[in-house]
Design a protein around this ligand. Structure first.
Ligand code: WT7
Length: 698
């Protein structure tokens, strides 16, 4: 680790963003980690596997582990695998709940809940949460759910989504949460892939002023699933429906007797004369959950997180990155449909016995001051959200923040999901944080389970736009191309075969290239559900012996990492990952479309927008009506977040002689470059005149 000279409170200034913010003294004083040197010492200590073993032992292990770490990151040496604490047994839900009850936190509030309407408020203590989880685990058990089975969850942000997740964990079932904004088709694909037999949902929910019919989506998904059953798999056998809205709002169009059951009825039916299912003691490497995420090709992949390692990463990163102390009130706006909701709404906080705010609504309803009012109402000390939300709220002006709240209790402001632009960073710092908070820009991924690169609020000076330095146990490296003319890092499928030996690990501190990780930390996803080959291929084939993040980065002379975005065909729209291949396949699913190519475009609020080039079939005219149809086609296939921002009709797509689409050119046009000279080398195109056509049709 390169040194940052914090003694003299000075860091070499960056060329483009000159300001460096030292941790506010009032934060450092009470922080778990009080100085850069302390961070550095801990970091050095974390290079020894005993570091995480020591932390792991703070949790309850039914059978203590004796083995700490075994792994192989190199395909050349054989199967890629990672095992932490392998011979130990534990249970994550037990550590989230029972362990806190044993530590006298039974009456502590686990969640303050606020629904879509500001008047819908509630709270739940650790003891109450424990009771609900035990009850719901009885429900699952009565439905035949056993250790190792997969349970699908498709719910809005109500306390019951956490109950459902923990109930699965308690009895050793693997939960697969699907974001409630995904389409029926997406839900069906995920159910089919995971072979879930039980689905947990709600009748519906209001998102701002708009009702969303979740149960209807589940019914549609089940229909799709039922058309694709395989030997030994009968689709969803039980659907538990939590009543969020009740009959006056949404009339349920469908109710399948024998399959569908109200959550409250299922709870009523529990036979209280029988003991609830016992805690299932899981092997450290048994799966805890799977979560689907998009890749550059093919269908979304179900990343599998296991028990022991994930627990330790979730707990440790939460404690240090948010500097959580017992009296704090933490507020994370993430939905449990994403990894942030898993690690930093559910598991991380509960493993630390934290009190959190769980918010069902959206930051702009009933008005744009919603979050700021909530911060005051609950005396929030840590607030964690995404750059896209910050940029959206920033647009409404400072008054919406300053006139409605003081935010006096805030200490730490977190950002996650995409690079945060310095302008948004500064606004977050100055306006939301009253220039008195520490900002933590947290870089990580669904695959990594927890935060990888970040500052720690009491210890590490921050530079707006940089995620800063690696967390404990994380060893990043930057891979460079030997013959690097420093063009574009982005991989192009027209690039010749990616040649490993053309790359080397940069040993200089200052470097730019592909971000990789050199050795395992506990929270790394262990496999892709049902497809370990794809796991090895996706993450360990690019550079043998390294985990490839799929991101580009620059490391400055202080050893700070600046993430520069995905280098593969993955879009990051409002912090959500969308594979270009998924959108393309939805577009060509429309009867009028022959071909489609999707690339990112810069978007002021969303970070990246979706720019789709399409060619129509013979005799079909690309007009406004077709544009609207195509947008709706994608919405239906994937969900609203994947709706293209721009549909660009073109007679043909730029292709190489071997027929591959040159996305590099399409990306540049989507970025607004509009002269042939700005598009780089177009000489390998089969038909260079396509470029003129593309520019003309913009
Ligand atoms: C991708 C992972 C991690 C939870 C939310 C997203 C980008 C994420 C940052 C950040 C720059 C970031 C990366 C990464 N990303 N956080 N602080 N700075 N980029 O999880 O859906 O798995 O997406 O999001 O490109 O690879 P995800």
């Amino acid at each position: 680790m390169p040194e940052v000279d914090v003694q003299s409170q000075e860091i070499h200034h960056q060329d483009q963003h000159s300001e460096v913010f030292n941790p506010p003294a009032h934060i450092s004083e009470r922080a778990w980690v009080k100085s850069y040197n302390e961070y550095k010492n801990n970091y050095d200590a974390s290079m020894d596997e005993q570091f995480y073993a020591g932390i792991a032992r703070e949790f309850h292990w039914e059978k203590p582990f004796t083995q700490i770490l075994d792994y192989n990151f190199s395909r050349k040496k054989g199967r890629v695998f990672v095992e932490w604490f392998k011979d130990g047994t534990t249970n994550v839900a037990y550590n989230c709940l029972d362990r806190n009850l044993n530590a006298n936190r039974g009456d502590k509030i686990a969640f303050f809940y606020e629904g879509n309407e500001p008047t819908e408020t509630n709270s739940i203590t650790y003891k109450q949460l424990h009771e609900q989880v035990v009850d719901f685990s009885s429900v699952l058990r009565n439905m035949g759910v056993r250790r190792g089975h997969c349970v699908a969850i498709y719910m809005p942000m109500v306390v019951e989504i956490v109950v459902a997740m923990l109930a699965c964990a308690r009895i050793g079932a693997i939960h697969s949460v699907v974001f409630g904004g995904f389409s029926a088709e997406s839900l069906a694909n995920r159910i089919l892939d995971s072979q879930a037999r039980v689905l947990i949902t709600t009748d519906g929910v209001f998102r701002g002023p708009k009702p969303v019919e979740l149960k209807k989506c589940c019914d549609d998904a089940c229909r799709i699933v039922n058309q694709q059953l395989t030997a030994g798999y009968n689709g969803i056998e039980k659907m538990v429906v939590y009543q969020r809205l009740g009959a006056e709002h949404l009339k349920l169009k469908e109710w399948v007797d024998g399959r569908d059951i109200w959550w409250h009825d299922a709870i009523k039916q529990i036979d209280r004369t029988i003991a609830p299912p016992a805690v299932e003691w899981m092997n450290a490497e048994d799966p805890l959950f799977m979560l689907y995420t998009s890749g550059s090709t093919g269908k979304p992949k179900g990343l599998v997180h296991t028990t022991g390692g994930y627990m330790v990463t979730a707990a440790t990163t939460f404690k240090y990155v948010f500097d959580y102390h017992d009296q704090d009130i933490y507020f994370c706006t993430a939905d449990c449909g994403w990894i942030t909701g898993h690690t930093y709404l559910c598991y991380g906080p509960l493993l630390n016995g934290a009190t959190s705010v769980l918010f069902e609504g959206i930051p702009t309803y009933p008005d744009e001051s919603r979050c700021w009012r909530m911060i005051d109402r609950y005396n929030v000390t840590q607030f964690y959200t995404a750059p896209t939300a910050i940029r959206a709220l920033m647009r409404f002006g400072d008054d919406k923040v300053t006139q409605t709240s003081t935010r006096n209790t805030l200490r730490i402001l977190g950002s996650v999901g995409e690079p945060i632009n310095p302008e948004a960073w500064m606004w977050y710092h100055r306006v939301v944080g009253n220039s008195n908070c520490a900002i933590v820009d947290t870089y990580w991924q669904t695959e990594t389970g927890g935060i990888m690169i970040t500052s720690q609020p009491g210890a590490v000076p921050t530079k707006p736009g940089s995620a800063s330095v690696p967390f404990y146990g994380v060893v990043p490296a930057v891979m460079r191309k030997k013959s690097d003319q420093s063009e574009d890092l982005v991989l192009d499928n027209t690039d010749e075969q990616f040649k490993q030996d053309e790359f080397y690990e940069e040993s200089q501190v200052e470097a730019e290239g592909y971000l990789v990780i050199k050795r395992p930390w506990p929270g790394l996803a262990r496999t892709i559900y049902g497809d370990h080959g794809r796991y090895e291929e996706t993450y360990f084939s690019m550079f043998d012996g390294y985990y490839a993040t799929g991101d580009g980065c620059r490391r400055d002379k202080d050893g700070y990492y600046w993430l520069t975005g995905r280098i593969d065909d993955v879009l990051n729209v409002s912090g959500h990952r969308i594979g270009t291949a998924e959108v393309e396949s939805a577009l060509v699913g429309h009867k009028s479309i022959a071909e489609a190519a999707v690339v990112p475009m810069p978007h002021e609020i969303k970070g990246q927008g979706i720019y789709a080039y399409v060619t129509t079939k013979e005799g079909i005219v690309g007009d406004e009506a077709l544009r609207a149809q195509l947008k709706s086609t994608v919405r239906v296939a994937l969900g609203p977040i994947a709706t293209p921002d721009v549909i660009h009709f073109t007679p043909s797509l730029p292709k190489t002689r071997s027929g591959k689409i040159m996305r590099r050119i399409l990306r540049k046009i989507a970025e607004g470059l509009d002269s042939v000279s700005q598009l780089g080398d177009v000489s390998t195109l089969a038909d260079p005149s396509v470029v003129d056509m593309l520019l003309k049709n913009k």
